[in-house]
Design a protein around this ligand. Structure first.
Ligand SMILES: Cc1c2[nH]c(c1CCC(=O)O)Cc1[nH]c(c(CCC(=O)O)c1C)Cc1[nH]c(c(CCC(=O)O)c1C)Cc1[nH]c(c(C)c1CCC(=O)O)C2
Length: 361
């Protein structure tokens, strides 16, 4: 028996499971973040990103901030995909304006072979935050837990920081694929255990972020990213106390592999703004729900333009019988320079237009 309050708005979960909904649910990747002045204030108080992420009271506060402003249909745990390699001992630091940096990246064969699945207790601050957020949500909307894909984590673990070219890990991939597979096997086990612990702590859906799968060649994508996400999905607890726990996979730039991604056992596939949702839906049929895919840059347009772009995404997806299977989102994380009013306009148009779309003409 769940000790949490009953869910009042399950539209997001229903859409992921391709059940009928009254309107198209919406949330945003990075919905808690620097575009919100209240986030910047809490972040200042915490001193650093990890200072925020490792204190459940503060992680809860910033998770709930966007929900106070906008009628979003889901909350997402405030944390980062890189907490897992940090717990593996790679030493995560966020330097102002530079993004994440690992003080001990994996470069030599000895370093790779010494890698181990982390002691999950090192990540208790994440699971404590999940339980606290779920409690304070008080049933308003479902809570999403998340992790990085084995491949995307490996990119950061080998490069040691953000990269455009992925030269170091790609060199390892072509010269020592055995070492990359070794990292990926360990990451897949770690990610599955990490997501299951989030589910046990109260996460009601989970998402795997494969931000850099799209940097791989065709063939390499299937062997080094897709296969390991499939392994993670196979290990997940897909229900908790009688409630289904849907899983979403999102490969940024993965539109050309949609048919294959839809086959690995996820309930929903995330798409970026380069994908056409009409073709995507025709391709996957009823196999999976689709999440996406407004260009985050469209939030810099005027209110009228934002509304028109939102309607275009909803019209492209169309209205399958029963009216379900689409979760509206941006095609990637929201920019820190986005005016918060643009988000209000976007959310309002998604709800207004998709509700009207379902009314008899
Ligand atoms: C690749 C990746 C990372 N982190 C994440 C990804 C996958 C999604 C994607 O492709 O964007 C995922 C992530 N990171 C964060 C969340 C929180 C939940 C949410 O609101 O979506 C999620 C889901 C918070 C964060 N993670 C980070 C911030 C900004 C840091 C800050 O507040 O100082 C936030 C809100 C830091 C981070 N973390 C990471 C980078 C590259 C950066 C720097 C980005 C930047 O500076 O804009 C790694």
């Amino acid at each position: 028996m769940s000790t949490f309050a009953p869910l009042q708005n399950d539209t997001f979960l229903r859409a992921l499971l391709r059940q009928p909904t009254d309107y198209t649910p919406v949330w945003l990747m990075r919905q808690a973040g620097r575009y919100l002045p209240e986030y910047r204030a809490t972040r200042k108080k915490a001193g650093s990103f990890m200072g925020l992420a490792t204190v459940p009271d503060l992680a809860t506060e910033v998770t709930l901030q966007p929900l106070e402003r906008f009628p979003l249909d889901a909350a997402i745990l405030f944390s980062d995909i890189l907490t897992v390699p940090d717990a593996m001992g790679l030493g995560l630091h966020f330097f102002e304006g530079q993004g994440p940096v690992f003080s001990k990246p994996l470069r030599t064969e000895a370093e790779v072979l010494a890698l181990q699945v982390p002691d999950l207790h090192k990540l208790d601050y994440v699971f404590d935050a999940v339980t606290q957020i779920r409690t304070e949500l008080n049933g308003r909307v479902p809570l999403i837990g998340f992790a990085g894909s084995p491949w995307t984590l490996a990119c950061y673990m080998v490069e040691g920081k953000s990269s455009r070219e992925f030269h170091t890990i790609k060199q390892m991939l072509y010269s020592r694929p055995d070492l990359v597979h070794h990292i990926l096997r360990i990451n897949a086990t770690a990610v599955a255990e990490y997501l299951n612990a989030q589910i046990d702590a109260g996460a009601q859906a989970v998402m795997i972020f494969d931000s850099w799968g799209g940097a791989l060649a065709d063939g390499a994508y299937q062997a080094f990213s897709l296969r390991y996400m499939q392994q993670v999905l196979a290990c997940l607890h897909r229900s908790n106390g009688g409630a289904k726990i849907p899983a979403i996979v999102f490969t940024k730039g993965g539109g050309q592999w949609l048919g294959q991604i839809a086959d690995i056992g996820a309930d929903a596939v995330g798409l970026d703004w380069t994908a056409n949702l009409a073709r995507a839906r025709a391709l996957v049929g009823h196999k999976v729900a689709i999440q996406g895919g407004l260009d985050p840059a469209s939030l810099f347009a005027s209110g009228e333009q934002i509304r028109a772009e939102v309607r275009k995404v909803i019209d492209d997806f169309g209205l399958p019988s029963g009216g379900s299977g689409h979760v509206f989102n941006l095609g990637h994380g929201i920019s820190q320079f986005t005016p918060p009013e643009s988000v209000a306009t976007m959310v309002d148009e998604v709800h207004r237009y998709s509700y009207r779309q379902r009314q008899p003409q």
